[in-house]
Design a binder for this molecule. Structure first.
Ligand SMILES: *Cc1c(COP(=O)(O)O)cnc(C)c1O
Length: 352
């Protein structure tokens, strides 16, 4: 830090991304990337646009927003697109809470929520998960600030029903309820269908996980036109060209090729169920996941040791050295072949 940085930023707790090693070929099961490549149509669309990089992208992202809207039976005014959904979360904390504004989210959830809360000086409060790591929706009723829930939650993988979300929306008519559906395509129930009924619902999704585009940085929000206009106000006050030319075209092509991605999601779900069974057979506690990862713990190896021993053997998983979850590891669901390597290495570690 330099002596020029203003006070308000000096004490910030910044987000620590999962390791992205550029040196060694790891079996990379640590940041919930999709193990399957983008569809050929997406690669072709991005390459086509690469030849036009001298031009600015469309600030409205009309084609992409229309494609996302029609996939969800919504209108362009219900869709906001951004440079990754982290950007939307950032804007939401800025727009709907801000300095001193109250925000509520689970104590164990996506690490960025508290980072954005700190960045914008919000008065954020965490609500403890139940002993089994589930969310009790009643604890989010009648709150006096914005509510943020990842559904399915990360890193647990546990999901709430759309009915539970509706209860939260109904019990907080004057608050924005942000549902982060980064992992919803892997078998959970989306609450997008409630957008017409609740103008306080803001749903965030991303192309990073189910659509194999983490490196392209594309996220989107679905909500009532008012909330979308609010996000647009912030975008036009920071960076109107927030989605680049290649990503814009790639995103539209990905929506056009939706079946390819949904097939991959079903494949990943099947791999997840198989991995869950195999890990349980090895004595692991595995939370029932609706995401593209599993949250696991063994009584025989502690979380930190398992992480380190797997890394030594070329397999990267995610360990959080945090209260309540330091016994656990979050393991991304890869291809069946990658999961075979994982299981073999775990057996080796447990046998030793
Ligand atoms: C991965 C993830 C995101 C962010 O995704 P982007 O790559 O920024 O679109 C948001 N929320 C949760 C819970 C995530 O796991």
């Amino acid at each position: 830090m330099s002596r020029y940085l203003i006070d308000q930023y000096q004490a910030l707790e910044v987000y620590t991304p999962g390791e992205q090693p550029q040196d060694q070929q790891y079996v990379k099961l640590n940041t919930n990337e999709n193990p399957y490549p983008p569809s050929p149509a997406v690669i072709a669309a991005a390459s086509r646009e690469a030849g036009r990089l001298q031009l600015y992208s469309d600030p409205v992202c009309a084609t992409l927003r229309d494609a996302i809207a029609s996939l969800h039976d919504l209108k362009r005014e219900n869709v906001y697109v951004s440079n990754g959904s982290d950007d939307i979360l950032n804007f939401a904390f800025m727009a709907f809470a801000g300095r001193g504004g109250r925000v509520y989210f689970p104590d164990i959830s996506y690490g960025f929520y508290s980072v954005f809360g700190g960045l914008h000086g919000c008065a954020y409060h965490t609500i403890p998960l139940e002993a089994d790591f589930s969310i009790d929706p009643a604890k989010y009723h009648r709150r006096d600030g914005m509510i943020v829930i990842a559904n399915p939650n990360a890193p647990t993988g546990l999901a709430l029903s759309a009915r539970d979300i509706e209860g939260i929306l109904r019990a907080n008519p004057d608050q924005v309820v942000l549902i982060d559906e980064a992992y919803v395509d892997f078998g959970a129930e989306s609450c997008v269908g409630l957008i017409g009924k609740y103008d306080n619902l803001l749903v965030c999704q991303t192309f990073s996980k189910s659509r194999s585009m983490a490196g392209a940085r594309l996220g989107f929000a679905l909500a009532s036109p008012g909330l979308i206009a609010d996000l647009d106000r912030i975008k036009y006050s920071t960076n109107p060209y927030n989605v680049n030319l290649m990503t814009c075209a790639a995103g539209a092509a990905a929506i056009a090729d939706n079946a390819y991605y949904m097939d991959n999601c079903r494949r990943i779900e099947a791999t997840r169920e198989a991995a869950t069974e195999r890990l349980r057979a090895l004595g692991f506690t595995v939370l029932p996941s609706k995401a593209n990862f599993v949250f696991v713990k063994s009584d025989r190896v502690d979380g930190g040791t398992l992480y380190a021993e797997l890394k030594k053997r070329g397999v990267l998983v995610r360990h959080f050295d945090a209260p309540r979850i330091s016994d656990y590891n979050r393991i991304t669901i890869g291809t069946p072949e990658q999961m075979d390597v994982l299981i073999a290495k775990i057996k080796e570690i447990m046998g030793a």
